[in-house]
Write a new protein. Sequence first.
Length: 251
Amino acid sequence: MYTLKKSLGQHFLKNESIIQKIVESLSSHSFNNLVEVGPGAGALTKELIKIKDINFLAVELDEEKVVYLKNQYPILADKIISKSFLDIEMPFNEPFTVIGNFPYNISTQILFKILDWKESVPVIIGMFQKEVAERVASPSGSKVYGVISVFMQAYYDVEYLFDVAPDCFNPPPKVMSGVIRLTKKQTPLVVKSERAFWVLVKTAFNQRRKTLRNALKGQFSPEELQKDIFNRRAETLSVEEFASLTFFMKS
């Protein structure tokens, strides 16, 4: 048996139809290597290990769950990385897909970690708190569009797949959940530099209530700041508009 640990944000999926829908969402592409984040008690894992001809790894911080999983599914004996996902090295030297019921308390950090490996991660399928899933998938102009929206959409096409109700979990969380699929863009975003893009987006949203002219005055010359685009606020700019602006930054 095992215990549920609130400190680790553990809410274990128990609804079999939702489990099947998440696993089926993998069928949109082919893959050889698969990493599951936060397998917990193995609700998804028990289905993922049935997929033939792939290399599978799971990343689980909770040592109690690691022992439980290895006892329940002996095939996992050498397939679990017993660390926080935020602390691991890249798990495969070849491209790999990431899937999981992401721990809600670090789900955004997990996405930023995956961005470091984006050249090796063609697809991400994750369950998040609905608010976070919507933010990642949100288009420009939405009140929830922000830094994570721009950064993920700069490199991935994001699909909001479906909602998951609290009663699908044990224990039920106090919020709705949502599953999204991120697929690596085939055409790279054209920017002055990745560093310039990240600095621009973070600076713009750091003062999102201000116009870009005020929020970004340290990044552009006074002449550039006279352009009409700087009358707007960060949440109104598309990913492509942010990318275009990088070429006019002072450094």
